[in-house]
Design a protein around this ligand. Structure first.
Ligand code: ADP
Ligand code: MG
Length: 660
């Protein structure tokens, strides 16, 4: 039912409501307050200077009005609980005729202890009710107040007798949940703190239950679906592993086994390979591509940047040099004639493995028989790309690799539709990266430390302050820093620059020179953030470190410490040193992620996935994590049980499969 059909809501109001994405009365009643003001008389004995207070009482005198320009100010003496306060309120001049001596009012405002005065932000006529009143506050848009919105909701509520509940009856009983409509009513008009809490937890549980149902259902249905059953002997994989230039760690080996089992089984692989920076995920992806190749399918490895794609190409060619496997590179910036040629070869099956950026899955790219897709740094690969694969009508096995260390419980929940393999141990011989914090004014110490490192023949990354506005400032930014570095070290060492405005050819050249130690100091923006691997680089200096999230800094730090040399990370920041200290204390990506999670919420951590798949009205992954776990448990039980999946849940599940 359209909101306009409500008496009292005309076309004008309905237009305003539309702006809030409210079209139907169901939309209206599920437009929840985002916070509540608790209307309770402030206990003045506990109030500090500057606190917000709510007081009721009466005017000791008629209000005095002062006008200046378009604005006005009223003042009056106000009696409340045996005290008299001087009250000022702005731009309520239109109320003057009602603010007479003896009138009962309630004011909200800020208390100034010294002058025993209050600057009121709000004023109501009448005294406070004796019991605590909870006032819902909604996100609004010009033309409507929070109070009006609540009134509209209350006009709509009687017309909504029933609203689809996604919680099965037996769970409503188990948890003593009220009906959905009653819970909704309670949220808009809280009757008591306790009732409110119950209602809120019911509605949050429902959101998270729906989410976990989708995840679990996806996982189960994927399992049942026909995948590619490959016929590869593990002996062949073992031979390949034994030919590698190093011995795999135990976690690497068990990840390989997980992937092997997925690939030879009938169900489709949807696996997340998780491991801190430098833990050695790349080689696992090569092994997976090898298994896939042995079984006669094409494979694709997608990297988030061209630099990384290039690096993967070089590395895989090294690893595959004794094998007859055709590997090619495809990036967005290649000439269209080149792309055409690659596409031809791909269609004919003359390419076994294609490495590249997002270009790998553009509309015009056609594979002959794509069997495996691997994406490096999964957090950059959103639901959209998954969708585009599906649109191509291919459902290959998928392996995601991510260095964003998501705590296991979160991973199990957020990535609930995926299987997870984790690499926890680093290849042996690695030393902890020593991380230190510096203030701008101590830049001399930084330069000295850099010089020492250069003298011992090592290379250094310098990360320029992050500027978000435009690529131009990004460029200016790096060149300013380049100049600084040139002044300090230019006589003896070569300084290179990498920034977003460069062509991929230019970038490759610089990267190549850095790898070959023709460049000793590489000044860059965060284009080097993920994956780049230069073993002789043992120091990373990060300017304006406070601009980065802890996880991002941890990723950057992962650029160094890639062998048995002692490496260093120098963070320069005049701000937020307390937050940054976490990094000086731990090198465990999981601990860093936990801290980041605590400080900044999950938005950063889960990137696209969070914004796309997890739009909750009430629940919050971080704060309601325990509810989420409960919802996961119940969803799993429910899907396994014989309880008839009721119509609503079925409908929801069908809708949800669009996710995959
Ligand atoms: P990440 O997990 O961050 O992608 P990489 O795959 O780039 O890490 O590996 C980091 C470095 O460690 C690479 O130079 C790689 O060759 C090396 N490496 C990987 N596995 C091992 C191992 N088992 N023993 C020694 N070095 C390894
Ligand atoms: Mg990597």
């Amino acid at each position: 039912m359209n909101v306009e059909l409500l008496k009292g809501i005309g076309p004008k109001t309905s237009k305003i409501l539309n702006k809030l994405d409210i079209y139907t009365i169901e939309d209206l009643v599920t437009y929840y307050p985002f916070r509540y003001d608790i209307l309770k008389r402030t206990d003045m004995s506990k109030v500090m200077d500057g606190d917000k207070v709510i007081l009721d009482g009466y005017l000791e005198e008629d209000a005095k009005l002062f006008r200046y320009g378009r604005n006005d100010r009223m003042t009056f003496r106000f009696f409340s609980s045996n005290n008299i306060y001087n009250v000022t309120i702005f731009n309520r001049g239109f109320l003057k005729s009602k603010l007479l001596v003896g009138t009962n009012i309630t004011i909200m405002g800020k208390y100034d202890k010294k002058f025993n005065s209050i600057v009121a932000s709000d004023l109501h006529f009448g005294l406070l009710p004796n019991k605590t009143e909870i006032v819902p506050i909604y996100h609004i848009t010009p033309g409507i107040t929070s109070k009006q919105l609540n009134e509209y909701v209350n006009m709509a509520l009687p017309f909504v007798n029933y609203i689809d509940s996604y919680i099965p009856d037996y769970l409503e009983e188990k948890y003593n949940f009220d009906t959905k409509i009653n819970a909704i009513k309670e949220l808009h008009n809280p009757t008591s703190t306790n009732n409110f809490k119950l209602a809120l937890s019911r509605l949050k549980f429902e959101e998270l239950f729906v989410f976990m149902m989708k995840m679990t259902y996806l996982k189960n249905s994927r399992k049942a679906k026909d995948g590619l059953m490959r016929n590869v002997d593990y002996k062949e994989v073992e031979d390949f592993i034994n030919n590698l230039p190093f011995t795999l760690t135990i976690d690497q080996l068990s990840s390989v086994k997980d992937i092997y089992n997925d690939l030879i089984s009938q169900s489709r692989m949807n696996r997340l390979l998780q491991g801190d920076v430098g833990s050695g995920k790349t080689i696992i992806s090569f092994i997976a591509l090898y298994i896939n190749y042995l079984s006669g399918y094409q494979g694709a490895l997608m990297a988030p940047t061209e630099i990384l794609a290039n690096q993967h190409l070089i590395n895989i060619q090294k690893i595959f040099k004794d094998y007859d496997i055709k590997v090619k590179l495809l990036t967005g910036k290649m000439k269209s004639s080149e792309k055409k040629k690659i596409n031809e070869e791909l269609k004919n099956g003359n390419i076994d493995i294609l490495i590249g950026t997002h270009a790998l899955f553009q509309d015009d790219i056609v594979y002959k028989n794509l069997g495996l897709v691997i994406t490096d740094e999964q957090h950059r690969f959103g639901v959209n790309q998954r969708q585009s694969l599906k649109n191509k009508g291919i459902t290959p096995d998928i392996l995601y690799m991510s260095a964003t260390p998501i705590p296991r419980t979160y991973a199990l929940t957020i990535y609930g539709d995926m299987d997870v393999s984790s690499i926890k141990t680093m290849p042996s011989g690695r030393k902890k990266v020593i991380t230190n914090l510096y203030k701008e004014e101590n830049i001399k110490d930084v330069l000295e430390a850099m010089y020492k490192e250069l003298l011992s023949g090592h290379q250094i990354y310098v990360v320029a302050p992050l500027i978000e506005e435009s690529d131009k400032s990004d460029m200016e930014n790096t060149s300013a820093l380049e100049e600084k570095m040139n002044k300090a070290f230019g006589k003896k060492y070569t300084i290179g620059v990498l920034h977003g405005k460069m062509t991929s050819l230019e970038k490759d050249k610089v990267m190549e020179d850095f790898k070959n130690n023709k460049i000793q100091i590489l000044v860059s923006t965060t284009v080097i953030e993920v994956g780049v691997d230069v073993k002789n680089a043992t120091m990373i200096v990060i300017f304006d470190a406070y601009r980065f999230g802890l996880s991002a800094l941890h990723q950057l730090r992962g650029r160094v410490g890639r062998n048995d040399l002692q490496s260093y990370c120098l963070l320069i920041s005049d701000k937020e040193s307390k937050r940054l200290e976490v990094l000086t204390k731990t090198s465990d990506g999981f601990v860093v992620a936990e801290e980041d999670f605590k400080l900044r919420g999950s938005g950063d951590l889960f990137g696209q996935r969070q914004s796309g798949d997890m739009n909750f009205k009430l629940a919050n992954i971080k704060n309601d994590f325990n509810v989420l776990l409960k919802a996961k448990e119940e969803a799993e039980i429910y899907l396994k049980s014989d309880v008839d999946t009721n119509k609503i849940v079925k409908k929801m599940l069908i809708e949800s499969t669009n996710l995959d």
